[in-house]
Design a protein around this ligand. Structure first.
Ligand SMILES: Cc1cc2nc3c(=O)[nH]c(=O)nc-3n(C[C@H](O)[C@H](O)[C@H](O)COP(=O)(O)OP(=O)(O)OC[C@H]3O[C@@H](n4cnc5c(N)ncnc54)[C@H](O)[C@@H]3O)c2cc1C
Length: 431
């Protein structure tokens, strides 16, 4: 019987295993080091904030795996021997495979800062990070977070939920300025400050200082300031967790290089999820996509291929969602921080500064290209269809009611948005 070995029990690896099992009796083994069972990484913050217990982040009963004949092995893979089709674990056990799937996820970036390995310094990625934060939080008078993206703001919210003062160092001049256009980025800056987070824009970490016991006692910024703190959160992005593959002969760049079928350069070895890197990004997507739903889609897609139905990975239209403290964010299609030459942006912000919409469209054809929403929850299916049908911005503006979930939306905001759009853009076909 064919043996499929999957390294990593995150969303990518377990989705793959479940979908193979639906169609095949192959022997399946998942080897993963962090935790015996799959859990939702995106829910870690809610465990720290006391909204749920860690057990509730596990979406399957523990006996699910046995019932579905998916063998789980907790262990760290240190080597892949491609010629003999074996993996080696840190305890020197070896496992033979017919097919191997690498689904090893990401790790937080560390840029060689002095002191980055001290006690009290952590990323926010692994279960262990949460356990460390639990241990250190009670003794913490201030935390410093380095890196202004989605994970940094989550960590700030977590620490503030325990009344720990937080200083937030953001290299850019405005929060998540490489992704968010200026208007929304400014809105989030204000929101962060309202939450009593000490936001330092345009500020870099230079060094992390140690006390005599090897624990963090402060940091130094590139403005020459020393800030006393007991926790340093490093949230300057993530990168694929693939160091153990360096000498394997599997083609690597930042991630494990794969083609559209998620195959590596070595026959019968595949990669999915955060650790996979497309040779070229699909459509306008990045070659590496460290997001939950693409890991799930890659798992579903590869399951087809491994059960006799070779299938290309086609992720469809880009979308993403996140939360900036109390403000929910969604994005569908492409809205760049700065419009490209053929693009125009329409931006509406509610006067209270907690809701906003930005729509990007083509200035010649008026084709809708993408939308960012803040504090307004939109319908995925609506925008998926609009993008597929290549509808115009005028269609979207006149169908805002169908696009959003909020029954109060029309009376509260829709007419204001439509009026502003009409004032700015109706009749303006070309610039
Ligand atoms: C705090 C946080 C919040 C997030 N919020 C969102 C969100 O709101 N929306 C969104 O789309 N995405 C979010 N993400 C990203 C999302 O969680 C990841 O894209 C997703 O979990 C990646 O899944 P994966 O299966 O590729 O890898 P992972 O979930 O990283 O799983 C890989 C597993 O493989 C194990 N492993 C690695 N190397 C080895 C080895 N050599 N041997 C054995 N085991 C190994 C790892 O320990 C890990 O458990 C968030 C991430 C974090 C950290």
């Amino acid at each position: 019987m064919e043996h499929i070995v999957i390294v990593g029990n995150g969303i990518a690896g377990v989705t793959l295993a479940r979908h193979i099992r639906k169609k095949s009796d192959a022997k399946i083994t998942i080897v993963s080091s962090e935790n015996e069972y799959f859990f939702s990484r995106t829910a870690l913050m809610y465990v720290f904030m006391g909204h749920m217990k860690f057990e509730h982040t596990q979406s399957y009963e523990n006996d699910f795996w046995k019932k579905n004949k998916i063998n789980l092995l907790q262990g760290l893979v240190t080597t892949v021997l491609t010629a003999s089709k074996e993996i080696v674990l840190s305890n020197n056990d070896t496992i033979k495979f017919d097919k191997l799937v690498l689904a090893t996820g990401s790790k937080p970036n560390k840029y060689g800062w002095p002191g980055q390995d001290l006690k009290g310094v952590t990323g926010l990625y692994h279960k262990k990070d949460l356990e460390n934060l639990e241990e250190w939080a009670p003794q913490t008078k201030r935390a410093v977070i380095v890196g202004g993206g989605l994970i940094g703001i989550e960590l700030a919210e977590m620490l503030r939920s325990r009344d720990i003062p937080v200083t937030f160092l953001v290299r850019e001049k405005t929060f998540w300025g490489s992704v968010l256009p200026f208007g929304e980025s400014q809105m989030i800056n204000r929101h962060i400050l309202e939450h009593h987070i000490d936001l330092r824009l345009g500020t870099n970490l230079v060094e992390i200082l140690s006390d005599e016991k090897g624990h963090v006692k402060g940091i130094v910024t590139d403005k020459g300031e020393t800030i006393d703190c007991e926790i340093v959160g490093l949230t300057a992005g993530v990168s694929p967790n693939i160091d153990f593959l360096k000498d394997s002969g599997i083609e690597l760049n930042k991630g494990v290089k794969v083609n559209r079928y998620l195959e590596t350069n070595i026959a019968d070895i595949y990669a999915i999820g955060d650790c996979a890197e497309q040779h070229e990004g699909i459509d306008l997507r990045r070659p590496i996509e460290a997001v939950w739903y693409t890991g799930r889609m890659m798992g579903e897609t590869l399951a087809q291929t491994l059960t006799g139905n070779p299938t290309e990975y086609k992720p469809g239209h880009w979308f993403n969602s996140a939360k900036f403290l109390d403000i929910e964010y969604q994005t569908y299609g492409w809205v760049w921080a700065n419009p490209k030459e053929n693009e125009v942006h329409f931006y509406w912000e509610h006067h209270k500064g907690k809701k906003a919409i930005r729509i990007s469209f083509d200035k010649e054809s008026r084709t809708f290209l993408g939308i960012n929403t803040f504090g307004i929850r939109m319908r995925h299916a609506f925008f998926d269809k609009v993008l597929t049908d290549k509808q115009t911005v005028d269609f979207v503006i006149s169908h805002l009611k169908d696009a959003n979930f909020d029954p109060e939306f029309f009376t509260s905001y829709e007419s204001e948005i439509q009026k502003q759009f009409a004032d700015q853009f109706v009749g303006v076909k070309k610039t």
